[in-house]
Design a protein. Structure first.
Ligand SMILES: Nc1ncnc2c1ncn2[C@@H]1O[C@H](COP(=O)(O)OP(=O)(O)OP(=O)(O)O)[C@@H](O)[C@H]1O
Ligand SMILES: CC(=O)N[C@H]1[C@@H]2OC[C@@H](O2)[C@@H](O)[C@@H]1O[C@H](C)C(=O)O
Length: 397
């Protein structure tokens, strides 16, 4: 047997696989690196998060990514160069983390690399007759595999689209396997650049599980913190707390067909960006309001669209446990607005059920890689969509 396939076969048969999950999301804050010990597959999956770190991107890296990120028109050269450049960088970050944790690359079985989404374009966004759902993640897997010396799975989203999905949210599967609990309806709410949630029914009935993006999480807050205050984000909502909500702007922000699309719907900063807010300001005649009022209104916009999505599916008379993750979980105003609007939600941290919120998405990609190598194929519960495995395999040699 070919030695690469032999290695993969052996990894597949191991009782416990050590997998590094990598996530660099829409916030461009850095690379999340989660070293996981994974056993079993499907509902039998068990994960121990052995180590976790977020390696922050220096401003120079963010600036290079922003040249192409979520932009309709880009330099093809820039895109082409970023693909291996970021892969080299991610591999270097992985090796730094392993060194810090006292673990040798040979002790790791797999890397699961999400890559960097540079453009996400479901049909509901592009609306171009005859073109499919589409999404593009860069950060080449072969480069990571060669540099780190570890078999790497990457580019997970294409298979989901090929099989009939929008390429996101993929969180559904890992959330279901890791966090479902018999007897407790659970909501896993991730507030990254974009917010999404997974509903996990108390019955564990796979056909009742669903996931959706809700709209912006931090992406607009980050964009305007940069414009107005030259800060990367509104730390602890210090800016938003000083402003008051403009009801006119808030109504204009909420007035978009995306919020009426059925679940699952997906989106990104291709839609929710500076121009989106500026247009809403024009329509609502609110261009003159203070920067603090804009920040307050944008925070309400995220909180309202998250709670609108939850309220549209939850039974108002029931109590639900909501486990929050992602950077937005650290935003006290966002959390308190969600609580105010839905007092019966019990807001808890994902850490309480085993995985720190900041690490969750990276861990979920480790689970997808585990399924690709040792599982049976993932059923996303979408009618007509076959069970699929995701991730392209790159060998170090
Ligand atoms: N203390 C804090 N106060 C307010 N906001 C915070 C705080 N800490 C983190 N954040 C927000 O969290 C963001 C990072 O979130 P996260 O790492 O979950 O995003 P991501 O993974 O890139 O997003 P996505 O899930 O959409 O891909 C920061 O850009 C910032 O807006
Ligand atoms: C195209 C893309 O990168 N989407 C991300 C993004 O970040 C949050 C939200 O938008 C979610 O749909 C998705 O990531 C998570 C990990 C997912 O696929 O579940």
């Amino acid at each position: 047997m070919n030695k690469n396939l032999r290695k993969l076969f052996d990894i597949s048969n191991k009782p416990v696989r050590r997998i590094i999950g990598l996530m660099s999301g829409t916030s461009l804050d850095g690379l999340d690196v989660a070293l996981c010990a994974v056993s079993g597959s499907g509902m039998e999956t068990k994960v121990t998060l052995e180590h976790f770190d977020t390696v922050s991107y220096p401003v120079t890296v963010k600036d290079e990514i922003r040249k192409v990120f979520a932009k309709e028109m880009v330099s093809f050269e820039q895109l082409c160069l970023l693909n291996p450049w970021l892969a080299n960088l991610h591999a270097a970050y992985i090796l730094e983390c392993l060194h810090k944790w006292g673990i040798k690359p040979q002790e790791v079985d797999l890397i699961a690399s999400h890559g960097q989404t540079v453009y996400h374009s479901p049909k509901i966004l592009h609306q171009r007759e005859g073109f499919p759902n589409a999404t593009l993640q860069i950060v080449d897997g072969d480069h990571i595999a060669v540099d780190a010396g570890i078999i790497t799975l990457s580019d997970f989203r294409q298979k989901h689209i090929a099989a009939g999905g929008e390429g996101a949210p993929l969180a559904l599967y890992g959330d279901y396997c890791l966090f479902s609990k018999h007897g407790e309806d659970r909501i896993m709410l991730n507030m990254g650049g974009i917010s999404n949630f997974t509903f996990l029914p108390a019955t564990l009935d796979a056909s009742a599980v669903y996931v959706t993006d809700t709209g912006p999480g931090n992406t607009l807050l980050d964009a305007f913190a940069r414009v107005y205050f030259n800060e990367e984000y509104d730390k602890d909502a210090l800016f938003a707390k000083q402003g008051k909500v403009s009801e006119a702007l808030l109504a204009a922000l909420k007035d978009h067909p995306f919020f009426k699309e059925p679940f699952p719907r997906t989106t990104g900063p291709e839609l929710f960006n500076k121009t989106y807010v500026e247009k809403a300001q024009e329509r609502s005649n609110t261009k003159g309001i203070s920067s603090y009022d804009v920040m307050a209104t944008l925070t309400h916009f995220s909180a309202d669209t998250i709670t609108d999505a939850l309220l549209s599916v939850l039974d108002k008379d029931k109590d639900y446990a909501v486990y929050v993750s992602g950077g937005g979980a650290h935003n006290p105003l966002l959390i308190s607005l969600i609580k105010q609007r839905m007092p019966r939600l019990q807001i808890r941290s994902t850490g309480e059920i085993g995985i720190a919120g900041d690490a969750k998405e990276a861990v979920l990609f480790a689970i997808l890689a585990n399924e690709a190598i040792a599982g049976e194929g993932i059923d996303f519960g979408k009618p007509g969509m076959p069970a699929i495995t995701m991730g392209k395999i790159s060998f170090p040699a």
